[in-house]
Design a binder for this molecule. Structure first.
Ligand code: ADP
Length: 325
């Protein structure tokens, strides 16, 4: 067992290929790009880099192929001074994505999950020595659900805070999975999807930011996770606790945290920046209120939207302090 509390992120690594276009092509249309970049992404890896840059001792557990893309993943992780444990999938390539970013900073993404689909419960179980009481486990849904469940189970046994970022929502995500989490962090789309999938409610994600707080809180409570944080892009986020009097040092059972005013150039990975920074803040600001941690995560996420790329856009603690002092 690890002695020093750390953030452990179990999740995906993707090699991103990012094109910038003035506007997205229509079906059948070919457009000239303004710029092309490759970079490291994947929700898991992005969140791990975000947590590391926010000062937390962070371990990333993920899968790559036995190929040159996997070798660059290792190099990028080393450059980011991110501790990693890689499962090497011999029969699958390292995952890759195609990201289009338009002139307004919006994105469209295609993902080939490849090696991420090979990340196994057994490999994660083999890393149990890295889990430890007082730490935070952060998982998403770009790896097999059985692996996510195993990570949550082991983290629960180890006495860690278990944070599930349900992105993208897996078709088999159900109440038994949510029962394994302490904190759930969907964005608007994922929240609406979970409500449909678990409660048979039909809800339009676009309506959420305008929904009243009490109604939003009631919707969060149907998911039966002790704390739900719905991220609302430029509208910040909404926090809902199961305990009527609030919990995690908060004095209210539900509240909103406004987003920082920034000039976004690329919102790719804003949610990843938020989740990684939230996990890091849970260690760095231990003993303070969750509201304080969420506000810190919102600052790191806002700053990431002013930069291009996925993991490359994650901000350090110093950068966040300077930008919002
Ligand atoms: P995702 O990237 O998963 O869709 P969101 O878009 O909800 O996630 O963004 C996550 C968090 O990032 C928000 O809660 C907010 O704190 C921050 N954020 C996102 N977009 C902006 C923005 N345009 N201005 C300021 N903060 C933003």
């Amino acid at each position: 067992m690890s002695t020093q509390p750390r953030v452990v992120v179990v999740g995906s690594y993707n090699h991103d290929h990012i094109w910038r276009v003035d506007r997205f092509p229509r079906a059948g249309e070919t457009r000239l790009g303004n710029d092309f970049q490759v970079g490291a992404g994947g929700k898991g890896f992005n969140q791990a880099v975000a947590s590391r840059r926010q000062g937390a001792d962070t371990l990333f557990v993920g899968a790559i192929g036995d190929d040159h893309v996997g070798a660059s993943a290792r190099r990028i992780a080393e450059e980011a001074e991110l501790d990693c444990r890689w499962q090497v999938a011999s029969n699958r390539p390292t995952a890759a994505t195609c990201v289009l970013v338009d002139g307004e900073g919006r994105n469209e993404i295609v993902v080939n999950p490849a090696a991420n689909e090979a990340l196994s419960p057994a490999f994660v179980a083999g890393q149990a020595d890295a889990l430890g009481a007082g730490g935070v486990l952060l998982v998403q849904m770009e790896t097999p659900l059985a692996t996510v469940r195993e990570a949550l189970r082991l983290a629960g046994e180890a006495g860690m805070v278990r944070v599930l970022n349900p992105a993208p929502v897996h078709a088999d995500a159900d109440a038994s999975l949510l029962a394994q989490c302490d904190v759930l962090t969907p964005n608007e789309t994922e929240f609406a999807q979970l409500l449909v999938q678990l409660g048979g409610r039909s809800l339009d994600a676009d309506q959420l930011a305008g929904t009243g707080d009490a109604a939003l809180h009631a919707l969060c409570r149907t998911l039966a996770v002790p704390t739900v944080i719905v991220t609302l892009g430029a509208h910040g986020c909404f926090v809902s606790h199961a305990d009527a009097g609030g919990t995690h040092g908060d004095d209210a059972s539900y509240y909103r945290v406004a987003a920082e005013a920034v000039r976004p150039v690329d919102t790719t990975g804003a949610g990843d920046a938020f989740n990684g920074a939230l996990a890091a803040a849970m260690l760095r600001l231990a003993g303070q209120s969750l509201r304080t941690m969420v506000a810190a995560a919102g600052r790191a996420a806002a700053l990431s939207t002013e930069r291009r790329g996925a993991s490359a856009a994650m901000a350090t603690l110093d950068e966040v302090r300077k930008r919002f002092s």
